[in-house]
Design a protein around this ligand. Structure first.
Ligand code: SF4
Length: 895
């Protein structure tokens, strides 16, 4: 391994979560409760040894619990041969009877590049359809379309070092502090050392925005207007780079005319964006004054019905000033997923062919010849939303879903469920048995998970890294590339899918990137061909392109040459659009925005297993401005029902003065596996961008109504299963579940009183082991009830019930944790005994609560470093540092 942090059995691999792509070192460690120690790889260029809270908790997610261990068919365990034969027969029979477009694959940015490559090859070269799309469509498809329109290739020009080399960083549609924490740490350090200015354009005062030198709380979806206004302003101020525009671009006059027509002056931009004219003027002047300006964008731009235009409006301003692919300057797309870029490289999007080639006749015959394809697709396939529409109406009769949970993550979740329920054949390759989509599977194929898989991923700066196995896959789980290749062989394509090792697939992929590539295709891995298995095993992170001479390239287009035939980049004429609105939901009073929280990932199938990740934000919530809360007559912790014509959800209110009044925010992570009704995908209309097909996740109209409850329960259990709880949950009006250090905790609420006798029955957990100490407290008059069971191993079950949610009547989560840690359950019988107030954990690494921090600040800790010394907060992964900074600022303001 060659570093002081790595022992002889340590494995270097790559984090499976966000697009930063941090290097991780994993080592078996019997002294760690998870059995693994995990730390950042100091030699990985993306993170240089840092990890965020999610990366650090990876060890806790690597157990065998809740894994899909064996193939099954119609709910019955079968052999691999049976499952694979059945899958191959089904696909072949449908293609023969109904044509290639009657089947589809829906894959994922969680797949490794090698998995993606064989899936794409099977569908586009041998089934003969391009009906393979990926959940990356939901994440960054607009960036891809914008790059191709501007540069002639899906070329991300910048690298992470630009974050340190820039003088003005504009984050637009990105809460980087929470969603890409390690990159944010790099920015924090650059700000501490130099004069880097940070501007955040975001409707919400996110932790990133609260930390910024300037925050523009823009109206939802108005980013296109802002960047059109900036282009107009640059021209009016005479600050364009005329020589760059003339030498390296076309289409400037048309783009400027469109921008000027819409945003002739600052006042017009301010009116569209609902931000003060003075703040706009400040941003525009900073942009003019700062040659090293980097605009970094993410899902807030991409997840829009006009996301591609927004991307091009951003790129237009950088082309107009010659700030593309230069040190510290450019328009930088950051992906959400660990291998969104790898998927883009092999053709994992339905509208691309392979190796960054589109569906031209020449490319189809080139790739067809390279693959020796038996049935080559000739045109684009169905993008995600259209794909599930085709499943819904029966055009697609079999869908193979790999490593993703579409009934939770897709917009209009109810329709996706309906589509899968109607579908003749649903094949699901999955790792975790509680993934909600499994409920619709006819065939379940157990896939290897992170820590077991072997292959490569590409991060947001085009850096290819290895994911390496640190343990064998449990049961009969297998890598995705193996499963797909086995199905291909059984469909009669054995010669084209002979792979025994992922290294062989990588070599073929690298070779294809060079075929017919005369330098006009950005993606070129010529220098990575012919790696032996041991070269592949020793592979160090490298940024593409790596041309045949072996040279890697940190930035693209620094010489001004784009990838069109004439080498010139294109300005795109952008007429900015407001978000699309569903007429039937106009009565809804609120605009719903959705996104990620700091310590969770996607649908929580992995992060939901780590107790340290369920503390920061323990339950699904709706962020509501205090003025709106007052209008709705709700307070922090009250429940509200969200409704529109597509569905409904029930969430807890969190007061947040960082929301714009009239707008609310909900996280995307919770779903039926861990909450009664928190799946906000059900509320999102499937409006998509016409160029990228990416859905508009950031703007939905909803009504919000208080949902008063009459009874609350908090249940803690040392084991996940408690008899009678399922029955209770089925009749509850609200519940959430989370993993805790001692086991599992549920918060349950009902709109009707629960008789105390139910509490006693919940205690009968069905265990054959005699529960020999029981402590109970019932008060029929007040409805308060507490019930505790202990056995020889300590506290097994604690139930607290109350007509009100507040402590001391209802035990707080913290009190529950202390009871499980206690030698005797006795104190729980006393109302108020252990019932401390609810606590908010800010630092997940060291379990530091907001109370601890406020106490330390009150005692004189007045900067991040002192606060870290006193409480240890922020000294682990550093993901909480923006929140610590906000607490310090709040204390200063109140002083
Ligand atoms: Fe993983 Fe965090 Fe790094 Fe993202 S920033 S790759 S989630 S450790």
């Amino acid at each position: 391994m060659g570093t002081s942090t790595a022992g002889s059995n340590a494995v270097r691999t790559t984090c499976p979560y966000c697009g930063v792509g941090c290097g991780v070192i994993v080592q078996a460690n019997e002294n760690d409760s998870s059995g693994w120690s995990v730390c950042g790889d100091p030699d990985h260029p993306a993170n240089r040894g840092r990890l965020c809270s999610k990366g650090l908790a990876l060890g806790a997610t690597m157990g065998d619990e809740d894994r899909v261990l064996h193939p099954s068919l119609a709910g019955r365990q079968v052999s691999w041969d049976t499952a694979l034969d059945h899958t191959a027969d089904t696909l072949r029979r449908l293609v023969d009877a109904h044509g290639p477009d009657s089947v589809a694959f829906y894959v994922s940015g969680q797949l490794l590049t090698e998995d993606y490559y064989v899936a794409n090859k099977l569908m586009k070269g041998f089934i003969g359809s391009a009906n393979i799309d990926t959940n990356s469509r939901l994440c960054m498809a607009s960036a891809v379309a914008g790059h191709k329109r501007a540069f002639g290739a899906d070329a991300v020009a910048n690298c992470y070092e630009d974050l340190e080399q820039t003088d003005l960083l504009i984050l637009v549609g990105s809460n980087l502090a929470w969603c890409h924490p390690v990159l944010y740490r790099r920015i924090e350090e650059a700000r501490e050392k130099g004069t880097l200015r940070l501007v955040v354009i975001d409707p919400r005062a996110t932790p990133s925005a609260r930390d910024a030198d300037l925050h523009l709380p823009i109206a939802p979806g108005a980013d296109g207007f802002l960047f059109n206004g900036l282009l107009t302003h640059l021209a009016a101020a005479g600050t364009l780079d005329r020589s760059y525009i003339e030498q390296h671009t076309t289409g400037f006059d048309e783009a400027l005319a469109a921008a000027r027509a819409q945003c002739p002056d600052l006042a017009a931009v301010a009116a569209h964006c609902h931000v003060p004219e003075g703040d706009l003027a400040t941003l525009f002047q900073w942009f003019i004054d700062t040659p090293r300006t980097l605009t970094l964008f993410s899902q807030g731009i991409n997840q829009s019905a006009s996301g591609t235009d927004k991307v091009n409006a951003i790129i237009n301003t950088h082309l107009a000033t010659g700030r593309i692919g230069r040190p510290g300057a450019g328009a930088f797309s950051i992906t959400g997923q660990p291998n969104a870029m790898g998927g883009r490289e092999v053709g994992g999007l339905a509208n691309t062919l392979a190796a960054h080639m589109d569906f031209t006749e020449e490319n189809c015959s080139r790739v067809g010849a390279f693959w020796n394809a038996s049935r080559m697709a000739t045109g684009p396939g169905l993008k995600a939303v259209d794909l599930f529409d085709a499943v819904h109406d029966g055009r697609v009769r079999a869908v193979w879903i790999m490593a993703t949970n579409p009934i939770v993550s897709m917009p209009d979740g109810a329709r996706v469920r309906e589509a899968l329920a109607r579908c003749e054949h649903v094949i699901v390759s999955e790792t975790f048995s509680d993934a909600a989509t499994l409920a619709y599977a006819d065939v379940v194929l157990p896939a290897a998970a992170w820590g077991e898989k072997d292959g490569t991923v590409t991060n947001s700066e085009r850096c290819i890294s290895r994911q390496r196995p640190v343990r064998p896959a449990p049961g009969s789980a297998r890598p995705d590339w193996w499963i797909i290749s086995e199905v291909a062989r059984r469909m009669g394509h054995g010669d084209a899918f002979p792979y025994q090792l992922p290294a062989e697939i990588f070599d073929e992929h690298a070779h294809l990137t060079t075929v017919g590539n005369d330098g006009r295709r950005a993606l070129d891995l010529g220098g990575l061909r012919h790696l032996t298995p041991s070269d592949y095993n020793a592979f160090r992170p490298v940024q593409w392109p790596v041309r045949a001479n072996g040279k890697s390239t940190a930035r693209l287009m620094g010489d001004g040459r784009a990838y069109f035939e004439d080498g010139k980049a294109r300005f795109v004429r952008v007429t900015a659009q407001a978000p699309q609105r569903a007429p039937q939901d106009e009565a809804g009073a609120f605009v719903l925005n959705t996104g990620r929280v700091r310590d969770h990932w996607h649908t929580m199938t992995r992060t939901g297993r780590a107790a340290q990740l369920t503390q920061h934000i323990p339950a699904p919530h709706l962020s509501v401005h205090p003025h709106d809360a007052k209008r709705l007559q709700v307070e922090d912790g009250d429940l509200v029902a969200l409704r529109n014509s597509r569905g409904q959800a029930v969430l807890e209110v969190t007061l947040d003065d960082g929301q714009r009044p009239g707008e609310v925010f909900a996280p995307i992570h919770w779903n039926e596996a861990n909450a009664a009704s928190a799946d906000v995908g059900r509320l999102i209309a499937p409006f998509t961008d016409p160029h990228s097909g990416q859905p508009q996740f950031k703007y939905s109209r909803i009504s919000v109504k208080p949902l008063p409850m009459v009874y609350w329960m908090r249940v803690g259990a040392r084991h996940a299963t408690v008899a009678h709880l399922d029955h209770l949950l089925a009749s509850a009006d609200y519940w959430t579940r989370r993993t805790t250090a001692y086991g599992q905790e549920w918060l349950i609420a009902t709109r009707q009183a629960i008789p105390p006798v139910t509490v006693a029955r919940l205690g009968e957990d069905g265990s054959p082991e005699e529960a020999h100490r029981q402590v109970s407290f019932f008060d029929e008059g007040t409805g308060l009830a507490r019930y505790t069971i202990a056995d020889d191993h300590g506290v097994r079950l604690v139930i607290s019930m109350s007509p009100v949610r507040s402590t001391p009547q209802l035990l707080s989560a913290d009190a529950m944790t202390r009871i499980f840690a206690s030698e005797s359950p006795q104190p729980v019988a006393m109302v108020g005994g252990l019932a401390g107030p609810a606590v908010t954990t800010v630092c997940a690494c060291h379990g530091v609560t907001q109370d601890d921090l406020e106490e330390a600040i009150g005692a004189g800790a007045d900067d991040l470093s002192t606060l870290g010394n006193v409480t240890a907060a922020g000294t682990g992964c550093g993901s909480c540092r923006p929140e610590l900074a906000a607490l310090l600022r709040a204390a200063t303001a109140s002083a």
